[in-house]
Design a protein around this ligand. Structure first.
Ligand SMILES: *[C@@H]1O[C@H](CO)[C@@H](O)[C@H](O)[C@H]1NC(C)=O
Ligand SMILES: *[C@@H]1O[C@H](CO)[C@@H](O)[C@H](O)[C@H]1NC(C)=O
Ligand SMILES: *[C@@H]1O[C@H](CO)[C@@H](O)[C@H](O)[C@H]1NC(C)=O
Ligand SMILES: *[C@@H]1O[C@H](CO)[C@@H](O)[C@H](O)[C@H]1NC(C)=O
Length: 497
């Protein structure tokens, strides 16, 4: 963070993005929104930007430097964060002139008409071990090259960072034990934190209490995850003696502690993504409109409080926070929750009311639909064709499903019990279900690019039997003692990569 004396020397324009949070907490009082675009039914960027403004967001984060989106953002007061795609990190890290060319092509034409505040180099790259050799070592060099390119062009009010999932931590509980993973602590985190410290930038974290709670619903209270716990359920960290009233603070303080352990106590934290899904698959717990509204409303209230609340380890510190996401995005792969993070449906209707300025008192909101899945559904589920697609796309999906396991589609061969009715739709249902039941335990999802849906209704008929399976949830759920030592793979699919 700049000292106040330095701020006084900067041209007025730079003040737009450059205040330290403690100096002027009001800057971050409006929540930001992640504008993900993985949907085939989303409106134009201009219309989306109008919606971002109409829901009261103060900032927006976009997943690449899409010139059409940037044009739509020009002239708005929205603070803008732009992500640099993972794929080009090696190039930017090895070749400074390519970093400069990136800045020249994607940033300069829109600056300062677009109020660009953060360039985020890469999205959760430390969650992908497939990138360990090719990309991790080049993350900080890429950030440094981008930073130098900005400086060379006298752009000083755009901060450079990267977004990281919670799985950079090996230990998150209790927060005072927060520790980075051994494989990245030395080679990546140390140079990264040094860079962030020297450039007065932020550690951007994707922090989803939902995933922690959903993986441990019997050990974590739901209301603790929703910022709604009674004070008697607060948690005292035995290491720090700090008192926690919610899961979000616990997670952020674990990050703060991990940074402190490497000698960087003062790097500010920004929350690049957080939120709560408004729907999901039949076997996903707690993903509903009721909980999503409560989480985001409470988050907005908390972040708007002045003086800033901060976290127990960093009391009084305001921080930028971006909710995920603007829309429900129907083309995101993975479990059903992935397609249900939006504050809006693609048609612009609000999924639920939430005032991102945080000024609206909670009791003034209308009633919410009751939460229908706060207990996990453990009955049988089948995965069937849900309509849509065309003969080519459905046929390809069936071929894929049948090819994944020997014998998976024997029952739909000519003469076999599920051959009739001999329609693509009927065969797709059998094939999707057969595939999903076999690979469900290994994390396969019932999606097939949007062609498949889950059902509680047994689709078997006559002698055609659709298999089903039940999951040993306890095996998947990483129940550990103490809880929260491990992370679900869901973190890796939690964002638009
Ligand atoms: C860096 O990129 C520039 C522009 O693409 C290219 O001309 C140059 O050869 C590259 N340098 C190295 C060392 O790869
Ligand atoms: C990375 O390099 C190490 C050592 O050379 C090797 O063992 C490992 O398989 C590589 N990982 C990937 C994902 O390429
Ligand atoms: C928008 O879409 C949602 C979800 O599909 C639907 O419930 C709602 O009625 C739609 N609103 C309008 C105005 O079409
Ligand atoms: C079928 O759907 C796929 C995927 O949506 C599309 O790319 C393709 O053009 C469609 N083919 C026909 C014949 O409509």
């Amino acid at each position: 963070m700049p000292q106040q004396g330095e701020i006084a020397l900067l041209p007025l324009l730079l003040l737009l993005c450059f205040f330290s949070p403690q100096v002027n907490g009001a800057r971050f009082s409006r929540l930001g929104i992640n504008y993900g675009t993985l949907g085939d039914n989303l409106p134009s960027h201009a219309r989306s930007v109008a919606r971002i403004r109409s829901i009261g967001a103060g900032a927006v984060k976009i997943y690449d430097a899409n010139p059409d989106i940037l044009r739509a953002l020009a002239g708005t007061r929205l603070r803008v964060s732009i992500m640099v795609p993972n794929e080009i990190i090696p190039t930017l890290g090895t070749n400074a002139s390519r970093a400069d060319a990136w800045v020249a092509t994607y940033l300069v034409p829109f600056y300062p008409a677009v109020r660009i505040c953060y360039l985020l180099v890469g999205n959760e790259i430390l969650s992908f071990t497939s990138l360990a050799n090719s990309t991790w070592p080049l993350l900080v060099p890429a950030m440094a090259n981008v930073y130098r390119a900005l400086k060379a062009r006298s752009i000083r009010d755009v901060k450079v960072s990267t977004t990281l999932a919670m799985d950079t931590l090996a230990t998150v509980f209790p927060p005072s034990d927060g520790t980075f993973r051994a494989d990245i602590a030395g080679p990546v985190m140390r140079p990264l934190l040094s860079f962030l410290s020297k450039t007065h930038s932020y550690y951007f974290v994707d922090a989803y209490p939902y995933f922690f709670w959903a993986s441990n619903p019997s050990t974590i209270r739901l209301d603790y995850a929703l910022f709604a716990a009674d004070a008697k359920y607060s948690y005292v960290d035995p290491g720090s003696r700090l008192t926690y009233t919610n899961l979000f603070d616990q997670m952020l303080d674990a990050v703060a502690m991990a940074m402190g352990r490497l000698g960087y106590r003062h790097i500010p934290i920004a929350v690049a993504e957080t939120g709560w899904p408004n729907g999901g698959d039949l076997d996903q717990i707690g993903a509903n409109v009721h909980n999503a509204a409560i989480y985001n409303r409470n988050l907005a209230r908390r972040m708007a409080a002045r003086p800033a609340v901060g976290t127990p380890a960093r009391p009084g510190v305001a921080m930028p926070v971006f909710i995920f996401a603007l829309y429900n995005e129907n083309q995101k792969g993975g479990p059903g929750t992935e397609r249900h993070w939006g504050l809006l449906y693609p048609n612009g209707t609000r999924v639920y009311e939430v005032d991102l300025s945080g000024r609206r008192p909670l009791e003034t909101y209308g009633p919410l639909p009751p939460p229908e899945n706060n207990e996990r559904y453990e009955g049988p589920i089948w995965c069937v064709f849900g309509g849509g697609g065309n003969a080519t796309s459905v046929g390809a999906a069936v071929a894929y499903a049948c090819a994944q396991a020997k014998g998976a589609c024997d029952a739909i061969r000519r003469g076999a019990p599920c051959y009739e009715p001999n329609t693509l739709a009927a065969h797709a249902s059998y094939a999707f279900n057969s595939y999903w039941q076999r690979f469900r335990g290994a994390g396969a999802t019932c999606f097939f690019g949007g062609l498949a849906v889950q059902t509680k209704i047994n689709p078997s008929y006559g002698s055609c039997k659709f298999p089903t399976s039940t999951l040993e949830f306890d095996c998947m759920l990483l129940l550990t003692d103490p809880p929260l030592l491990l992370f679900s793979v869901e973190f890796q699919t939690s964002s638009n990569v």
